[in-house]
Design a protein around this ligand. Structure first.
Ligand code: PMT
Length: 321
């Protein structure tokens, strides 16, 4: 009998741009593998119907007018991607369309417009960056240009939970040949529930027929095939979000025992920007921003990524080929 995740692939078609993305992933992984570079796959933002994290949507109709969403804009993934690049990794940034992206995340909304000056001189109109914004824009722009020009970052996007499933498996197939040099940093909050494609109405649900009854099914846990079958030699880091501190470490440990990967980064909804807990099979320890670091504008992702990179390096050093 097919397992739950195999059944999911059988009943959900790949997205229309799947082959294009698969080619991009293959080329990216082969290029960086051929020069011995490490690659980090960073996932950010996924469908979470009821209050977990990740700022994504679960469509309620094929022609989607309504969907269920959540709070997260994908800050952790976007910020972490920048820090992995700083640490010399090539980065596959797998994120939901319209979620935050590395570099541009610093200038969201009106912030970017406010940095610019319009010198309206008719046909000779120019736009300049305000002098006091240059210091803010220049370092981010320099890092962005460096990543683009060296081909160190690949952006792949998804919209639905099944897009995510197809892309993640394709990325793993391409990362497999890197063995332990591949790092998977699964910061996306993957939906625990979904509405199977076969049960979605095609058209907008009509209010005239009364309140709809929505029945959700369990999404298969991809960590299981990912760790045991797709990238068994890779360094896999998963995340665990909770709102009750008393169960956070136990849940992280359960996940390690179940999937047998290397590290779970636990975080609480309320304090996730200041504090996380690293849980390994042997130990657990907190990683937190000091007051001074916060005042200086440091981000917790800087510390998380530095610690993950140290663990990945130790893992590589101890890896028996
Ligand atoms: O985006 P931000 O606002 O910055 O917030 C960051 C974050 C809170 C979203 C992030 O730090 C985080 O905690 N992400 C994981 C949230 C979570 O608990 O996800 P989960 O319980 O659905 O999944 C746990 C792990 O299993 C995840 O690493 C996930 O990738 C994996 N999983 C989950 C479901 C599923 N079907 N398959 C999976 O492999």
């Amino acid at each position: 009998m097919a397992s739950h995740w195999e059944e999911f692939y059988k009943t959900h078609l790949p997205p229309t741009d799947f082959e294009d993305n698969r080619s991009l992933l293959k080329e990216f992984c082969e290029r960086h593998n051929s020069i011995g570079e490490r690659i980090a796959l960073v996932t950010a933002v996924h469908f979470v119907p009821f209050l977990q994290s990740g700022g994504t949507t679960v469509p309620l109709e094929h022609n989607t007018v309504r969907f269920v969403d959540n709070f997260s804009a994908g800050t952790r993934g976007a910020a972490s991607a920048e820090y992995f690049l700083e640490q010399g990794y090539a980065v596959i940034f797998m994120h939901r369309t319209k979620s935050l992206e590395p570099f541009t995340r610093h200038f969201n909304g009106q912030k970017f417009m406010d940095m610019l000056e319009l010198n309206d001189r008719g046909p000779n109109t120019t736009i300049t960056v305000k002098p006091d914004s240059v210091d803010v824009l220049a370092p981010v722009l320099a890092n962005y240009k460096a990543a683009q020009e060296t081909g160190k970052i690949l952006y792949v996007t998804f919209t639905t939970v099944s897009d995510y499933f197809w892309l993640l498996r394709a990325a793993c197939e391409c990362l497999g040949p890197l063995g332990p040099k591949a790092l998977l940093y699964l910061a996306a909050a993957v939906s625990d529930f979904y509405i199977p494609s076969s049960e979605l109405p095609t058209h907008k649900i009509q209010s005239s027929v009364g309140a709809p009854t929505i029945s959700l099914q369990l999404v298969p846990k991809l960590l299981a095939p990912l760790v045991s079958l797709w990238v068994p030699q890779a360094f896999v880091v998963s995340f665990k979000l909770e709102t009750d501190e008393n169960i956070l470490i136990a849940k992280a440990r359960d996940s390690l025992n179940k999937y047998k990967h290397k590290l779970v980064v636990g975080n609480m909804l309320q304090t996730r920007r200041q504090k996380v807990v690293f849980v390994t099979p042997e130990s657990s320890y907190e990683v937190l921003l000091s007051r001074e670091q916060m005042i200086n504008g440091m981000e917790i992702e800087d510390l998380i990524v530095s610690n993950v990179v140290i663990s990945h390096s130790n893992f590589l050093a101890s890896f028996k080929y």
